[in-house]
Write a protein that binds this ligand. Structure first.
Ligand SMILES: C[S@@+](CC[C@H](N)C(=O)[O-])C[C@H]1O[C@@H](n2cnc3c(N)ncnc32)[C@H](O)[C@@H]1O
Length: 286
């Protein structure tokens, strides 16, 4: 596995010592959580990808007091209501490098694979359904909202997709790539379109918004929540919610400015370059 946890030291620093409960809502390869395990009595580890939860369970049998949940962090209240309120919650958003390497999951533009893109393999809707069933306005909205395309370019792409699928279904990542090439998009624009379809497939922004609304109720009075985002759409959502909590609900931002990886980290792990970390805590702590 190739996934390297981003801003590991910064995340460890943001987590208080002597927690009763830490929840990692996006476990994947437990890169962060493994290092947080000595700071808490109990760990709850969540991920939508059940394969990775199984791998974690097998590898980490020796760590006591971990409970695994194959569920979305947007349902975090079901998890935390079974235990104490959480002292520290971590979300490390983004699709990770390993997902890009699993050819048949459909995340990468480099492999010809079924149009899937689901984090959760039990979910009914995949990228295939979006590309083959969504109406033109629905597709346009994805390209405008999540890929920052102009409405005229978004309409051109949506029309081309709809015109192509009238002749035959769009089944694979390379089928989609060929359509986008036909609209004069280069590699980086195609990557952004793939990302926008992935965001829609997994309801990523809605999940984040739901989670942020629930935050004050699931956390202990000592709580801290740290969120790593990888693109500006997510970061805007987190920034807005954290500022609202800080101005109305008795919380405070741990750092006034977003934290970014150091030059040294970016040199070692290029994929970390767009990561941004924001943390918020209950103001009773200060
Ligand atoms: C960047 S990885 C986490 C990496 C981890 N922090 C590490 O260092 O190994 C993001 C993970 O979040 C998971 N994920 C995405 N959306 C989720 C959601 N709504 N609920 C739970 N897990 C989610 C993905 O399946 C992926 O495994």
């Amino acid at each position: 596995m190739l996934h390297v946890p981003v801003m590991l030291q910064e995340v460890i620093n943001s987590c208080p010592d002597n927690c009763n409960l830490i929840i990692d809502g996006t476990l994947w390869h437990w890169g962060h959580s493994f290092h947080l395990s000595s700071k808490t009595k109990k760990l709850i580890w969540m991920d939508l990808d059940s394969d990775m939860l199984l791998v974690a369970q097998k590898n980490l049998e020796h760590i006591p007091n971990i409970t695994y949940f194959h569920d979305s962090y947007a349902n975090i209240e079901f998890v935390s209501s079974k235990y104490w309120k959480a002292d520290f919650v971590l979300l490390d958003l983004w699709v990770n490098m390993d997902h890009f390497k699993i050819w048949d999951r459909g995340f990468s533009i480099n492999y010809d694979s079924p149009l899937d893109m689901r984090f959760n393999q039990d979910q009914n809707i995949s990228a295939y359904d979006i590309i083959n069933r969504y109406t033109s306005p629905q597709l346009e909205k994805i390209f405008i909202d999540y890929a920052d395309f102009t409405s005229s370019k978004a309409k051109e792409l949506a029309d081309k997709i709809i015109q192509t699928r009238k002749a035959s279904e769009i089944k694979t990542t390379f089928d989609l790539k060929r359509i986008l090439w036909g609209c004069w998009l280069g590699k980086s624009a195609i990557t952004v379109i793939f990302q926008s379809i992935r965001i829609q497939t997994n309801n990523e922004i809605q999940n984040l918004q739901i989670f942020l609304k629930k935050l004050p109720d699931i956390l202990s009075p000592l709580w801290i929540c740290s969120i790593i985002t990888f693109h500006s759409i997510e970061d805007r959502v987190v920034k807005k919610a954290f500022h609202e909590l800080a101005s109305t609900k008795g919380f405070e931002l741990i750092n006034k400015k977003v934290i970014k990886p150091t030059y040294q980290e970016i040199a070692k792990n290029k994929a970390s370059r767009s990561a941004q970390l924001r943390s918020i805590r209950h103001s009773k702590q200060s």
